[in-house]
Design a protein around this ligand. Structure first.
Ligand code: KG4
Ligand code: ZN
Length: 334
């Protein structure tokens, strides 16, 4: 059978990335240009600056990727592109680059939803087995998605307000940690004990999450302690926050696995790098006899290899976009 090479492009937030993946599972080359250092001084991603950086980087990243793979555009079978959700200006830069390449080289254009990309990051390490449950946890998303087959997504639940990564980053900022605070808070929590009482978010029968109340509880606690002239035990507060946040993710995921009788779980997105989440979710899966797949850290955060991998399965299913494809800042996974 002929090998299929997909060139993927991802630019939905603050990473400009291009990758080439063979047959949906073999990473040939991935280039990521991260803007973290640029946005760090603002404490979060500044959309206009992000778009300008993507403009500067996009062609460089694509050229570097082809060079690293030692391949040419002519050898690509299709171009997969993240069309949404994300920052609209950022998305548009990647999309225009993908459309231009598709037109010049007369290659099919494959539209990929960013969350589908995060889920398919797992294909780069294991073959997906269905039915599966995916817990997608990132700076912009917190979703439980059921899949009966390739590209058959059924959203079981999601966050009603803040995404988990966004919540981590905001709590980290209150604790004085630099952006993006999620990984630093994860580190700090290891040095503390969960001694601060915090509310358990949305402890109900749904598969939804809510993290804004937890975030506000931490902010209020910090203000009150400051007003009372008491020193914040930062590591203990980080551990307390992390305990409640992870417990919320694990308990809702467990409920969905049990009720839907699913034996295969994928955890994807930037927050899948979280050490406590990895430990707790592994324990829960062992208890339920569920097979767990978490991609290596390099495929957890935004990258184009996951888009190219998803692009392969979409390509096999005959999914194509025309040149009217537009970027969408917010769109359902369907
Ligand atoms: O998937 P991603 O790269 O971008 C989005 O699609 O949003 O995820 C980035 C998010 C950030 O909020 C970052 O703080 C969080 O993932 N993150 C973590 C950890 N590593 C990255 N959050 C908690 N613990 C970590 N170890
Ligand atoms: Zn992402």
């Amino acid at each position: 059978m002929k090998d299929i090479y997909i060139l993927g492009i991802e630019s939905s937030c603050d990473e400009t990335s291009c990758a080439i993946v063979k047959n949906g599972k073999e990473e040939i080359a991935t280039i990521i240009s991260s803007q973290i250092d640029i946005h760090e001084e603002f404490g979060g991603v500044v959309p206009e600056i992000a778009s300008r950086e993507h403009v500067k980087n996009i062609t460089i990243v694509i050229e570097k990727c082809l060079k690293e793979a030692n391949m040419t555009m002519e050898e690509m079978d299709a171009i997969a592109i993240t069309y949404g959700p994300g920052l609209i200006g950022s998305l548009l830069i990647g999309l225009e680059a993908a459309k231009t390449l598709a037109y010049i080289y007369q290659k099919p254009l494959i539209p990929i939803h960013h969350i589908a990309g995060h889920i398919y990051a797992n294909s780069l390490v294991h073959e997906l087995k269905f039915p599966l449950l995916a817990l997608v946890v990132s700076g912009g998303h917190t979703e439980l998605v059921k899949m009966k087959d390739h590209f058959q997504f059924e959203k079981l639940g999601g966050t009603l307000d803040d995404a988990i990564g966004e919540c981590y980053d905001k709590v980290a900022r209150v604790l004085g940690l630099p952006y993006p605070g999620g990984p630093k808070l994860d580190q700090l929590a290891k040095e503390g004990n969960p001694t601060y009482p915090l509310p358990i978010p949305l402890h109900d029968d749904s598969y939804n999450f809510s993290f804004s109340g937890l975030k506000s509880a931490v902010i209020n606690l910090v203000h009150k302690e400051k007003q009372a002239g008491r020193e914040i035990r930062k590591a203990d507060l980080a551990a307390s926050f992390q305990q409640v946040a992870v417990e919320s993710l694990v308990s809702k995921t467990k409920k969905a696995l049990e009720n839907e009788n699913i034996k295969y779980l994928i955890v994807a997105g930037g927050v899948a790098a979280n050490q406590k989440l990895r430990i707790e979710i592994t324990n829960m899966c062992q208890e339920l006899g569920v097979t767990l797949s978490i991609p290596p850290l390099k495929f957890c955060t935004d990258n184009a290899a996951m888009i190219a991998s998803a692009g392969y399965y979409a390509y096999k299913l005959g999914r194509r976009a025309d040149y009217y494809l537009n970027s969408i800042s917010s769109c359902p996974l369907s």
